[in-house]
Design a protein around this ligand. Structure first.
Ligand SMILES: Nc1ncnc2c1ncn2[C@@H]1O[C@H](COP(=O)(O)OP(=O)(O)OP(=O)(O)O)[C@@H](O)[C@H]1O
Ligand SMILES: [Mg+2]
Length: 317
């Protein structure tokens, strides 16, 4: 049986000293289940963002000094990350804010070019075979863009045309999906700019489910949704996987959602993976508070060190 892969970080070391009951460097745990074809291979991916100092700072520092300052302020958003996902897997990326989850999703979706390493979707390189990869993926993010003066129906009909779906068939599918996500007919035919953020998010999700993408990249798809709508989206994701063998990469801050949906979960901190296993495997690695059954949130807090920071006394300065 695979053991959870826990990589060395200060938080992981702390955890090892106190709560870990079973951990091992076991690269086998990184692999997807055997048998299914590989949908996604991420091989030592790296992304660095240069943070440009402001104009005043550049003038003060001169050309050489500004270049040095720029290098010093560079952010390594994704730092040498490797993993593989099998077709039909639902793979979760969990991590504190600003740790590289969305950057990794953007690299997979060809929106960003990696500074190092390689990413392949069904063997196609995201940089060299960009157009082929684009046709295989669909991405949902919290900052989805729409024509705000148009209605959800008009926006989704526009998307359907791009996907070459026949308008009549698209209409019925759009109404069915939006109703299932809890949008009533009035909202379906009202301008997007009049809708709440959660309602707009539902339209973004509906757009991703219009077609049957080979790979669905869901960057916080359920953030801002009420519990009923969350359940509906989760059911959609499962259905898509079960009926079309869609591979799903999901980021979420909802640990219960990750536990319920994901076959495997990677925990990312500072642009690096600190653990990778099934939710059950991850939970086996720690003893819960007061010896109760640990939750995925317990694992997250232990591995990313946030529990200690939250419990720390406030800085008096
Ligand atoms: N376009 C960009 N230019 C410069 N820095 C960026 C850019 N996009 C992301 N970053 C930086 O890269 C790091 C990772 O950001 P990213 O958006 O991937 O985090 P995240 O894990 O998705 O966070 P969250 O949970 O808040 O969504 C952060 O330090 C962020 O400031
Ligand atoms: Mg993000």
């Amino acid at each position: 049986m695979n053991e959870t892969l826990i990589l060395r970080t200060p938080a992981a070391d702390e955890m090892a000293a106190s709560t870990v009951v079973a951990s091992a460097r076991a690269p086998a745990a990184m692999g997807p289940p055997a048998g299914a074809p590989l949908a996604l291979e991420v091989d030592r991916a790296r992304k660095v963002f240069a943070k440009r100092p402001g104009l005043a700072a550049r003038l003060r520092a001169g050309r050489r000094g500004a270049a040095r300052a720029e290098a010093a302020r560079a952010v390594v958003a994704v730092d040498d990350v490797s993993f593989a996902v099998a077709q039909g897997e639902i793979f979760g990326l969990l991590g504190p804010n600003g740790t590289g989850k969305s950057t990794l999703i953007r690299l997979m979706s060809t929106l960003l070019i990696p500074d190092g390493g390689a990413i392949r979707v069904f063997g196609r390189d995201v940089v060299r075979d960009e157009m082929t990869v684009k046709r295989m993926i669909n991405r949902v993010s919290v900052e989805a863009s729409f024509f705000k003066k148009l209605t959800p129906m008009e926006n989704l009909q526009y998307a359907a045309r791009l996907y070459r779906i026949e308008p009549g068939a698209a209409h019925d599918r759009i109404v069915a999906i939006l109703r299932r996500l809890g949008l009533d007919d009035r909202a379906i035919f009202a301008p997007m700019e009049d809708m709440s953020r959660g309602m707009q998010q539902k339209v973004a999700i509906a757009r991703a489910f219009l077609t049957s993408p080979v790979i669905l990249l869901l960057d916080e798809p359920t953030t801002g949704l009420d519990p009923h709508s969350k359940r509906d989206v989760q059911a959609f994701v499962r259905e898509m996987r079960d009926t079309h063998a869609t591979t799903v990469i999901l980021t979420t801050h909802d640990m219960y959602e990750a536990d319920a949906l994901c076959d495997r979960v990677a925990i990312i901190d500072g642009g690096r993976f600190v653990a990778l296993d099934t939710p059950a495997g991850l939970k086996r690695t720690i003893a819960g508070p007061d010896r109760s059954a640990p939750t995925l949130e317990d694992v997250f807090l232990a591995l990313t060190g946030r529990a200690l920071e939250e419990g720390a006394a406030p800085d008096p300065s």
